[in-house]
Design a protein around this ligand. Structure first.
Ligand code: HEM
Length: 503
C-alpha cells in the first residue's frame, strides 16, 4: 500500500501527536480510543446560526482573499470540522491524501454523493410520472439503485471506440464556434457580449450531439427566437441558475414552496420535454439511416437499453456537461494567455499535424490542476471510520480538499505555476506528476462513481482548444481572473481576452 511520509507528516504529528500504524491498512489512529468527530478542530459553531458569524466582521472568513479550504487548513491542520449552518449538515474536510483515500476506497461499491437536492425532489416526488422502482439518473440516485443504473450505462458512455466516433462532428462544432467568435470580435479583437455565455453555447452544442444525437445549431447567429434549440439553450441556463440558488445558497424551499422552487419545478420539467423532443427527432432520423454496418453512437446504444434510459442520461449529460467543459476551456485560455511561451509551444505541436498531441493533453491537465471546476471530491459515509485519530460516524459528509492540495508545494513543486511539462516529463524529473499521491489530483472524481462523461469531455476540450490555438494568438490584460465557488467553480468576468489572428 502506498504510504507517503510527506512534509505533512511532521505537521500531522505535531498537531495530533499520532503515529502511522500500518502500511497496508492505513489509519492514523493511536492505540488509544479515537476521539469523537466533534473534537476535530475547526471554526467555532454557534447554535442555530452555525458558521454564519465566521463570515461576518471579525470572523475568520471575513473578506479574506484566500478560499475557505486554505484558511481552514492554515488555522486547523489536515483534518477540519466545519459545523452546519441553518440546518445544513456538518462536514469534515480532509487534506491528507492517504486518509482521504482510506475513506473513499471503502465507500467505493455503492458510494453516496449528495448534492442536487431540488433536482432529486423534482425527479422523485414532484414528477408524477416517476415510478419508485426505476432510477431517476446518476445525479440523483445513491446506493444500490445508482449502481444498477450506472452498470447499464457505463459501457456506452466510457467505451473509447464509441466516443471516438464523435471526433469528426466535434471538429465541425469547434470550427463553427471559431467562425462565430471571429464574427463577434470588435475592433480591439475582443469578443462582444458575454464570453461565458458564448462558451456555454459551444459546450451545449458539443454535448448535444452526443446526448441528443444531432446538431442543435446553437451557434447559428440567425437561430429563430421561437425554435426548440433556442428554448433548450434557455432551459439549460434556467436549470443551472435555479439549482445553484436552491441547493448551494441558504434557501427555505425545503419548508415552503418559494417562488424559485416553483420556477425550478417548471424548468426541470421543460428541459426534460425538450430533450424528449430532440431525441424523438433523432429516432426518426435513425430509422432512415439504416445503420447495419456502422458503429452505433451513444444515443443509439442508450436507446437500445430503452427510451427512458436515453432520456434520463440526456438530462444528466446536459446538466453536468455544459458549465464544466465551458469553464475548463475559459481556464485554459486564461493560463495560456498568461504564459505565451507555453501557448507558442502548444501551437507548434498543433500545427505539426502529428497524430498524438501530448502537450495539448498536458495543458488541459494542468488547467484542471490549477483551476479545477470541482474543488473537491465529496461523499456521505455509509459506515464509521477511524481517521487521523477521530471517529467519523456513518452519514457524515466528507470533502477532500483536492483543489487546495494541488496547490501545496509538497504535492506539486512550483505549485502555483502553469507547467504542463510536469505531465509528460520523465520519472527522473523532480516535476514528474507521478511523485505525488494519486489521490491529490482527481478532477474527474474517484472510483466507480467518477465522472461518466470524462472521455467525452476530454475529446470535446481537446478538439476545441486545438482549434482555438490554431486560429488565435490569445492575450489577456488587467488583473487575474477570479473564481466563484458554487455548485462548481465559475471563472468570473471581466473576460479580458484578446483574440488576434494567428499569422
Ligand atoms: C471538464 C469537464 C468535467 C469535469 C471536470 C467533471 C467532473 C466530475 C466530477 C468531479 C464528478 C463527481 C465524481 C465523483 O463523485 O467521484 C462528475 C460526475 C459526473 N459527470 Fe462530470 N465532469 C466533466 C464533464 C462532464 C461531461 C461532459 C458530462 C456529460 C456526459 C459529465 C457527466 C457527469 C455525470 C452524469 C456525473 C455523475 C456520475 C455518477 O454519479 O455516477 N461530466 N463529473
Amino acid at each position: 500500500m502506498y504510504l507517503r511520509r510527506s512534509v505533512l507528516y511532521p505537521v500531522v504529528k505535531k498537531y495530533y501527536n499520532i503515529r502511522l500504524v500500518s502500511t497496508d491498512n492505513f489509519t492514523f489512529t493511536e492505540k488509544s480510543e479515537p476521539k469523537s468527530w466533534q473534537e476535530i478542530p475547526g471554526p467555532p459553531t454557534r447554535p442555530v446560526f452555525g458558521q454564519l458569524f465566521n463570515f461576518l466582521p471579525g470572523g475568520i472568513f471575513y473578506q479574506k482573499k484566500e478560499q475557505m479550504p486554505e484558511i481552514m487548513y492554515k488555522n486547523y491542520g489536515p483534518i477540519v470540522r466545519f459545523g452546519g449552518t441553518f440546518g445544513s449538515p456538518p462536514m469534515i474536510f480532509l487534506y491528507e491524501p492517504e486518509a482521504a483515500f482510506h475513506v473513499f476506497r471503502n465507500e467505493n461499491w455503492t458510494p453516496v454523493r449528495p448534492g442536487f437536492q431540488s433536482l432529486e425532489y423534482f425527479r422523485k416526488h414532484y414528477n408524477k410520472d416517476h415510478n419508485p422502482d426505476e432510477s431517476t439518473g446518476l445525479m440523483t440516485e445513491h446506493g444500490e439503485v445508482w449502481r444498477k443504473f450506472r452498470t447499464k450505462v457505463n459501457q456506452v458512455m466510457l467505451q473509447p471506440k464509441t466516443i471516438k466516433l464523435y471526433s469528426h462532428i466535434l471538429t465541425e462544432v469547434a470550427e463553427d464556434m471559431i467562425k462565430r467568435m471571429k464574427s463577434k470580435r470588435n475592433e480591439k479583437n475582443m469578443i462582444e457580449g458575454k464570453f461565458d455565455t458564448e462558451l456555454n453555447l459551444w459546450a451545449l452544442e458539443a454535448i448535444g450531439v452526443v446526448a441528443l444525437g444531432d446538431r442543435l445549431n446553437c451557434l447559428d447567429p440567425n437561430l429563430p427566437k421561437d425554435s426548440p434549440a433556442r428554448k433548450l439553450i434557455q432551459a439549460v441556463r434556467d436549470v443551472l441558475t435555479v439549482t445553484e440558488e436552491l441547493d448551494f445558497r441558504p434557501s427555505l424551499w425545503r419548508y415552503i414552496a418559494t417562488p424559485t422552487f416553483k420556477k425550478a419545478m417548471k424548468y426541470y420539467g421543460d428541459q426534460t420535454k425538450l430533450n424528449e423532443f430532440f431525441i424523438n427527432k433523432s429516432i426518426e432520423k435513425l430509422k432512415d439511416k439504416g445503420t447495419a454496418n456502422e458503429e452505433k453512437g451513444v444515443l443509439e446504444k442508450l436507446l437500445e437499453i430503452d427510451y427512458k434510459t436515453a432520456v434520463i442520461m440526456a438530462n444528466d449529460m446536459l446538466f453536468a456537461g455544459v458549465d464544466t467543459t465551458a469553464n475548463t476551456i475559459i481556464g485554459a485560455l486564461f493560463l495560456l494567455a498568461k504564459n505565451p511561451e507555453k501557448q507558442n509551444k502548444l501551437r507548434e505541436e498543433i500545427l505539426s499535424k502529428q497524430e498524438k498531441l501530448p502537450y495539448l493533453r498536458a495543458c488541459i491537465k494542468e488547467t484542471m490542476r490549477l483551476l479545477p471546476v470541482v474543488g473537491g471530491n465529496f461523499r456521505q459515509t455509509t459506515k464509521e471510520y477511524n481517521v487521523m485519530g477521530y471517529k467519523i460516524p456513518k452519514d457524515m459528509f466528507v470533502i477532500v480538499a483536492n483543489q487546495y492540495m494541488c496547490m501545496m508545494e509538497e504535492n506539486f513543486p512550483q505549485a502555483a505555476e502553469f507547467i504542463p511539462e510536469r505531465w509528460i516529463v520523465d520519472k527522473s524529473d523532480p516535476l514528474y506528476y507521478g511523485n505525488t499521491h494519486p489521490f491529490v489530483y482527481s478532477p474527474f472524481g474517484f472510483g466507480v462513481r467518477s465522472c461518466i462523461g470524462r472521455r467525452i469531455a476530454e475529446l470535446e476540450m481537446e478538439t476545441f482548444l486545438a482549434k482555438l490555438i490554431e486560429n488565435f494568438q490569445i492575450e489577456w490584460f488587467g488583473p487575474p481572473m477570479k473564481t466563484r465557488a458554487s455548485s462548481i467553480n465559475y471563472l468570473m468576468g471581466p473576460y479580458n481576452f484578446i483574440f488576434k489572428d494567428v499569422k
